[in-house]
Ligand binder design. Structure first.
Ligand code: UDP
Length: 450
């Protein structure tokens, strides 16, 4: 029996972990323990989401948010450490890009426990985003990176994360979104919030630090909504956003706007219902960009970059920043200006990612996932080398030759320098390159072409 410790601290993490946890429950031989890290959800919201996602019977431990982080709780490292110690898991799993994820990776690493990062390889390439740092920490310390798409896998490959640590699985948000669609259709949230005669309806969510912690940006959003009187906005408000609006004296102004309904955070099915009936979505949330893509909605992203390029490529999302969003909303709202994206074509996954991840975890645990020290005794240190292949050849022969020299193969690139996906090249072709890591003196004997 393997024990998996699944760690979640925020609402989207729970939503995205549920498909993996449910898949473990369907497969035999795995016990899952869920840990609530105490980051963003209060206990009521946590319990509510456990119930809504069908996880109430799951064994779980909860860490209380540390009191000195009242308004913006992070995580208690010592509590996380203790839970990992007490649970004695075979693997720790976390999803996404929060403090919870970065600290789970670090703590697992120190405890010598394998760590699996779900939703690995997303990159905004914006070093000022706290989430970007969390993603990088989690991916580099993970024993398995579950990349949702070949774009995220290529990001990992370009950071020299070895190919054998990457699985392309699709994003579990697709599983979650499809699973809850029926309940969403039955939801009466539109009537409950009195939105049935409000049209066109715009769903607005704002919670990223880059927007909430900058009074000018947050004020800009409020004033743009105030100016767009011809639309009705619905804002399920995130606790951090509410706190900052109050702190900057903007909350009362927001409540006075006749074209805006403010609601507390909503349950998942209710939120999906609002998404599917809104004419457009305006958001800085990652998960909401994905859900807009899956449900075929049009979405303006209140940021300068996105780590989810698939949502833009598929025609669902446009990254517009804060300053222009009012003008672009007016221009793009008519469906003649921006047609609905149409049926979801699987750019983020096929709805079976949870099972794919669960099976990959079990397969790798059977093979033994415990980190082992390398053997670089010839020189005592290692260096990289990009080997250019001369002529076609067998992959297994090359692999054997390098491995007997204790040289690790990190990546294979095609003739145009693109990382080779999916993994599992069988035949090597002239002009391909192989990135290797090993003792410099041993690599030297191979030459730069092989
Ligand atoms: N969500 C929800 N209720 C709400 C607002 C959002 O269930 O009132 C869900 C939404 O469907 C998505 C996730 O929460 O799956 C997004 O969370 P958030 O915007 O907090 O974080 P991010 O995706 O940016 O990490």
């Amino acid at each position: 029996m393997y024990r998996v410790l699944a760690v979640a601290g925020t609402r989207p993490e729970l939503i995205k972990l549920e498909p993996v946890i449910s898949a473990f429950e369907r497969l035999r031989g795995v016990e899952t323990v869920l840990m609530h890290s105490g980051q963003h959800m209060d206990m009521m919201m946590f319990e509510h989401f456990l119930e809504e996602l069908g996880l109430v019977n799951l064994k779980h431990v909860a860490i209380k948010a540390s009191s000195h982080h009242d308004e913006d709780p992070k995580v208690s490292v010592s509590d996380l450490e203790r839970t990992v110690e007490d649970t004695e898991p075979d693997i720790v799993l976390a999803v996404g890009d929060t403090y919870t994820v970065a600290f789970s990776a670090l703590i697992s690493h120190h405890a010598g426990v394998p760590f699996g990062h779900v939703e690995a390889g997303l990159r905004s390439f914006d070093p000022t985003m706290p989430e970007e740092g969390n993603r990088i920490i989690a991916d580099h310390l993970a024993s398995i990176c579950f990349a949702p798409t070949s774009i995220s896998a290529a990001n990992l490959a370009m950071e020299t994360i070895p190919q054998n640590r990457i699985e392309v699985t699709g994003n579990t948000i697709v599983d979650a979104c499809l699973k809850h669609q029926e309940k969403a259709e039955e939801s009466r949230i539109v009537e409950r919030l009195g939105l049935d005669n409000k049209s066109p309806l715009i769903l607005l969510t704002v919670h990223r630090v880059e927007n909430t912690d900058d009074p000018t940006r947050l004020g800009n959003i409020v004033e743009t909504v105030a100016r767009l009187k011809q639309y009705h906005f619905i804002l399920p408000i995130h606790p951090r956003t509410r706190d900052r609006l109050r702190r900057y004296g903007l909350f009362n102004r927001l409540l006075e706007l006749p074209n805006l309904t403010v609601s507390p955070p909503l349950g998942y099915a209710d939120f999906l219902k609002l998404l599917s009936v809104s004419e457009m979505v305006v958001t800085d949330s990652g998960g909401v960009q994905e859900e807009a893509t899956i449900l075929g909605r049009r979405c303006l992203v209140l940021r300068e970059t996105t780590e989810r390029p698939e949502t833009v490529i598929s025609g669902s999302c446009r990254v517009v920043g804060i300053d222009k969003f009012g003008r672009l909303l007016r221009q793009l709202l008519p469906r003649t200006a921006w047609p609905l994206p149409g049926k979801y074509r699987g750019v983020l996954g096929d709805g079976r990612s949870g099972m794919r991840i669960a099976k990959a975890v079990i397969k790798r645990l059977r093979r033994g996932l415990k980190p082992r020290p390398p053997r670089y005794l010839d020189d005592g240190f290692a260096s990289f080398r990009l080997l250019r292949l001369r002529g076609a050849g067998s992959w297994s022969r090359l692999q054997h030759r390098l491995q007997t020299n204790r040289i690790s193969i990190l990546q294979i690139y095609d003739r145009d320098g693109r990382p080779y996906w999916p993994r599992g090249v069988r035949v090597l072709q002239d002009g391909m390159s192989v990135l290797v890591l090993g003792c410099p003196s041993v690599i030297e004997t191979l030459g730069s072409r092989t």
